[in-house]
Design a protein around this ligand. Structure first.
Ligand code: HEC
Ligand code: HEC
Length: 251
């Protein structure tokens, strides 16, 4: 079944707001139940699994992603990256109203637990739709991802996201298993400043050097790649980064 895209019309927007209110009610009911359960000494991992049920409707049962173009995979991404994103949604640096509402007022410790939970999930990569672009566009995407463009001071994406594009602990995400439309939306939002990375802020500077064509090309190329043989992010500090990223942690 195709999931409803909340952004496509006013009617669907209303529908999604209603659906979202229900998700939030269930979420907080579960959180309440969770406190009761904690007092009855239920293990921490059981309670986190219950708490993230409000998330899995959109992100997949184990965070594997969904068929919706805009609902990203979370499973196996570095925990520091996931945590930074949850803080950004809670505090408004990243905007998507359903997530902003869900996370508002949640303490850092809950966000940390949810980040740890999804980072620890090991689950297959669902197949992605084949990108609807020609071979020249894919070739441009491949060149930028693997080599960058020295003339325009665009570093290769693999310089930071890793040779196998599975990211680097603790803060740099993998770029595989994401739909082309999600990737281009994130690159666009970063370029126009509607997505503001808390730290490390590498992407803002970089995206201002990319044209619309570049963004279409890298997004299509990345989404055309097969699942990685080893999805684990590269160990912290194992890549020498191509740009100075403000606030980058390499612990
Ligand atoms: C109504 C659907 C929906 C629900 C429910 C939802 N999310 Fe999301 N989530 C999204 C969408 C859509 C995005 C991308 C938003 C954007 O464009 O920036 C996202 C982005 C994210 C990201 C950033 C991923 C990345 O790679 O940058 C994280 C982390 C995340 N969600 C975690 C959660 C958690 C944890 C919950 C439960 C508390 C949750 N989400 C509930 C739809 C949802
Ligand atoms: C200098 C290091 C660096 C380089 C080079 C780099 N990135 Fe990133 N990228 C990052 C960091 C750090 C983040 C996490 C930002 C945040 O926390 O929001 C990121 C995040 C992203 C995201 C968001 C992922 C998500 O799940 O929402 C995308 C998409 C992305 N980068 C694409 C690219 C592409 C395409 C290139 C090559 C053109 C590239 N990056 C080159 C460091 C880099």
């Amino acid at each position: 079944m195709r999931k409803v895209d909340c952004r496509s019309s006013d009617f669907l927007g209303t529908f999604c707001n209603v659906a979202l209110s229900m998700v939030i009610v269930v979420f907080f009911a579960m959180t309440g139940r969770l406190h009761a359960q904690t007092q009855n000494s239920v293990t921490a991992s059981d309670s986190t699994a219950t708490r993230v049920m409000a998330c899995t409707a959109c992100h997949g049962e184990r965070g594997q992603g969904s068929r919706d173009d805009y609902f990203p995979r979370l499973a196996g991404k570095p925990t520091g990256y996931l945590y930074n994103q949850l803080v950004a949604f809670r505090d408004g640096q990243r905007k998507y109203p359903p997530m902003n509402y869900l996370l508002a007022y949640l303490p850092d410790s809950y966000l940390r637990e949810m980040a740890d939970y999804f980072a620890a999930q090991q689950t297959p990569f669902p197949p992605l739709p084949k990108p609807d672009v020609g071979p020249q566009v894919l070739a441009l995407g491949e060149r930028l991802v693997l080599k960058g463009d020295d003339a325009r001071h665009v570093p290769a994406c693999i310089a930071c996201h890793g040779a196998s594009l599975t990211g680097m602990s603790p803060d740099i995400p993998g770029l595989l298993g994401l739909h082309s439309k999600y990737i281009s939306a994130q690159l666009g939002a970063t370029r126009f400043g509607t997505r503001v990375p808390i730290k490390p802020n590498c992407m803002q500077q970089l995206t201002t050097r990319l044209s619309e064509e570049d963004i279409t090309a890298v997004s299509a190329y990345l989404s055309s790649l097969p699942a990685p043989a080893n999805p684990a992010p590269a160990p912290a500090g194992s890549l020498k980064l191509a740009l100075t990223c403000e606030g980058l942690e390499t612990k």
